[in-house]
Design a protein around this ligand. Structure first.
Ligand SMILES: *[C@@H]1O[C@H](CO)[C@@H](O)[C@H](O)[C@H]1NC(C)=O
Ligand SMILES: *[C@@H]1O[C@H](CO)[C@@H](O)[C@H](O)[C@H]1NC(C)=O
Ligand SMILES: *[C@@H]1O[C@H](CO)[C@@H](O)[C@H](O)[C@H]1NC(C)=O
Ligand SMILES: *[C@@H]1O[C@H](CO)[C@@H](O)[C@H](O)[C@H]1NC(C)=O
Ligand SMILES: *[C@@H]1O[C@H](CO)[C@@H](O)[C@H](O)[C@H]1NC(C)=O
Ligand SMILES: *[C@@H]1O[C@H](CO)[C@@H](O)[C@H](O)[C@H]1NC(C)=O
Ligand SMILES: [Ca+2]
Length: 651
């Protein structure tokens, strides 16, 4: 069933973590992959599309998959970014690295020559600050580059050991975790035999799968939603919002979860740093201080944050003295919040993100009740906003939805007890990113075989995309827009069926590189509807400010709605006060506890204290009269259709 969600949000100033710099709480962020965003110098005029994927041996020529985007390219396009009214730019790691992403670090205290020099990075920082914008640098403290290379990704490929030699400053075996290494085995032998994997630390899905098969966990399908078993897993359970085991889900739901392995296991061959080693710990703390002092960084995005111990995260946060947004890829909201409680000032909001695509479109991230490894799974059910609403309500009791006009939490009485997160203004909200399955604008795979999936992706549907973007922008926290959204880039990773077809057709599966496309082929066109819409959202959000009281955001997930019929949302703000549609500047039509919108675009309502003179009366008849401030009342030839709350609204 297609549902609506609306948020009564009180945006307020944050209790920011501010040691050395102003907090980025509530700022809006443009996130880009430096190598893919903009070229400069001799390559500047080369507008040919590029989405190279890193090869198994990045040391081979071309193996690091560099597409030639640079920091100078970012500097050259600051007008383009600022033109959308963003406050901050988040760039991928700048360290000298083995591949274009920067996540395979080799020299922490250098800038990779592919993207520029220390001087260019300083210049980027200076130019951002001159524009009153801020710089967020992506950092990795969990691991360094791989310890082996191999000719390809086939299981039988011969590995060559390269070891830690040459890594600055982590060039010794003793700096790395060696979980499960037998006494007397050398580091090299441990590595070559296949190291313990962080991915194996998750508990088993077997228990949840069994419950799903028995039909007792899918709360949305169970009649009488408060039946005993309906909240075992799924978005109704704040500690297990997916019926899949993620890190942070433990027994009895996810037996076998192993937090020690989570911290000590490696990502493939990326060598996992032991932050309990005094040298490693000190150098990592020095590293964040260095980035703030040397490059005037305003904040950090911390990669793979859940794979490090919390006492280290706390020390890192203190050493940095600027906000850190931790990449916390979990679905358990209590567990998610525990990283902010433990010391990281900010977190990327993964529990909410995992619900975005299933709420606006028809594919699910994180799990399809059984297989996370497919990355994106399609669901035959229509998109359902209740999933996202539920997660957001657990996170922020101020959020209201059609299902629950008032927040839940009957068990708690004081606001303090309800606060799962110490600071909601430092949750980074996003609809897509460089790692996960698909961009929000993803189109159908252009292949006859997949026509059957029509409509599961967001399919460049401007209504669904606008609604998702408006929600990210106006939800409490830091909105983060992934580069390319403004140009309608539509990359997605191949799902399991597509992988099959690609194999048959001999097409290269580029994995995550599919969502890390170059942007230059678009020529940075500022006339696209996406660019203009994001600009408008950022501007309105700024105009409203963070401390101006209640705003109502009305969101729906109707597909490709072009009809002109009005759209009824109940409940709505009080009709005894003057409420305005922020985007149109027109007076909102409120009646009998409902708000009637004139189309399916997202709507944001604010109360105006000083209203323009009321010289027209809203009148219910066959026509609706809407008052524009300072203008003549104008007739909108629409019919009011009274519908009960909770009914299916179209599609
Ligand atoms: C232009 O870019 C394309 C795609 O990245 C690349 O294949 C080509 O080699 C580049 N041309 C030059 C002259 O660098
Ligand atoms: C990157 O730039 C170099 C030097 O201009 C060029 O040889 C190479 O083909 C470019 N690579 C791509 C992928 O465009
Ligand atoms: C979720 O976990 C927290 C922290 O352990 C606990 O206090 C809370 O009761 C749990 N909530 C539910 C619904 O299980
Ligand atoms: C979720 O996290 C909380 C806090 O870490 C923990 O107590 C709880 O057991 C977790 N929930 C599940 C289902 O494992
Ligand atoms: C509706 O969807 C189609 C593709 O499915 C797309 O081409 C079209 O632009 C969409 N229309 C709107 C208004 O978003
Ligand atoms: C820029 O985008 C607009 C709107 O999509 C389009 O009409 C125009 O042709 C584009 N300009 C260029 C140079 O591609
Ligand atoms: Ca680790």
């Amino acid at each position: 069933m297609v549902r609506c969600l609306w948020l009564g949000i009180l945006l307020r100033g944050a209790d920011a973590y501010t040691a050395r710099k102003p907090s980025i709480a509530g700022k809006s962020v443009y996130f880009l992959v430096t190598d893919r965003f903009a070229r400069s110098g001799a390559n500047k005029e080369n507008y040919t599309y590029c989405d190279l994927a890193t090869s198994a041996d990045p040391l081979q020529p071309g193996g690091g998959a560099w597409c030639n985007g640079t920091l100078q390219g970012v500097i050259d396009q600051l007008d383009y970014i600022q033109g959308m009214a963003f406050d901050c730019v988040w760039i991928t790691p700048v360290v000298k690295a083995l591949d274009y992403t920067g996540y395979f670090g080799e020299d922490f205290f250098d800038v990779d020559p592919h993207i520029g020099s220390k001087e260019t990075l300083k210049e980027l920082s200076r130019q951002l600050h001159a524009r009153d914008m801020c710089l967020i640098i992506d950092i990795v403290a969990n691991h360094v580059r791989q310890m082996t290379v191999q000719p390809d990704y086939s299981p039988g490929a011969i590995k060559t050991y390269i070891g830690p030699k040459g890594i600055n400053p982590f060039d010794k075996d003793e700096y790395f975790h060696t979980y499960g290494k037998a006494a007397g085995t050398s580091f090299e032998a441990y590595v070559m035999a296949g190291v313990a994997q962080a991915s194996q630390s998750q508990g088993s899905d077997a228990v949840l799968t069994e419950r799903v098969h028995e039909g007792i966990t899918e709360s949305w399908r169970v009649e009488g939603r408060h039946s005993k078993c309906s909240k075992d897993c799924g978005p109704e359970n704040m500690n297990l919002t997916e019926c899949n085991c993620f890190p942070g889900n433990f027994a009895p739901d996810c037996p076998g979860a192993n937090e020690e392995l989570q911290v000590q296991g490696w990502f493939g061959q990326l060598a996992d740093l032991n932050q309990d080693h005094p040298f490693v710990r000190q150098k990592l703390l020095d590293y964040v201080k260095y980035l703030v002092e040397e490059y005037d960084a305003d904040a950090f995005r911390l990669d793979t944050a859940i794979y490090m111990k919390k006492d280290f995260l706390k020390d890192l946060q203190e050493a940095a003295g600027v906000d850190i947004l931790g990449e916390t890829t979990v679905n358990n909201i209590s567990y998610h919040a525990s990283f902010q409680k433990a010391g990281l000032s900010g977190l990327l909001n993964f529990p909410a993100f995992y619900q975005v695509h299933g709420s606006f479109c028809q594919y699910h991230l994180g799990g399809d009740l059984g297989n996370y490894h497919l990355q994106g799974a399609f669901t035959p059910a229509l998109p359902d906003l209740r999933k996202l609403a539920s997660v957001m309500q657990f996170q922020n009791p101020e959020v209201r939805s059609m299902e629950r006009p008032a927040a839940r939490w009957p068990l708690f009485s004081s606001l303090l007890e309800r606060a799962v997160y110490p600071n909601l203004d430092l949750l980074g909200n996003f609809a897509d990113n460089h790692d996960e399955f698909a961009r929000i604008g993803t189109l159908e795979w252009p292949n006859e075989e997949f026509i059957a999936f029509g409509g599961y992706y967001c399919d460049a549907d401007s209504y669904r995309i606008k609604n998702a973007l408006a929600l990210m922008m106006f939800a409490r926290g830091i909105p983060i827009v992934y580069y390319g959204t403004e140009q309608g880039l539509d990359g997605h990773q191949a799902n399991v069926l597509e992988k099959d077809a690609m194999r048959k057709q001999g097409v290269e599966d580029k994995g995550q590189a599919f969502v890390r496309e170059s942007l230059w082929q678009t020529r940075y066109n500022t006339s696209t509807w996406q660019y203009q819409y994001i600009k408008m959202l950022n501007e309105k959000r700024k105009e409203l400010g963070l401390a101006k009281g209640e705003i109502w955001v009305f969101i729906n997930n109707n597909q490709n709605w072009t009809g002109q019929s009005p759209f009824l949302y109940c409940p709505a703000p009080s009709e005894h006060e003057a409420w305005y549609d922020v985007f149109s500047e027109e007076r909102a039509y409120l009646r009998k506890g409902c708000f009637m919108a004139d189309n399916a675009e997202p709507k944001v309502l604010v109360r105006r204290v000083r209203m323009p003179a009321v010289y027209a009366v809203e009148r219910i008849s066959e026509q609706v009269w809407i008052l524009s401030p300072g203008a003549e009342a104008r007739a909108v030839p629409t019919r009011i259709r009274h519908r009960t709350a909770g009914s299916s609204l179209g599609s």
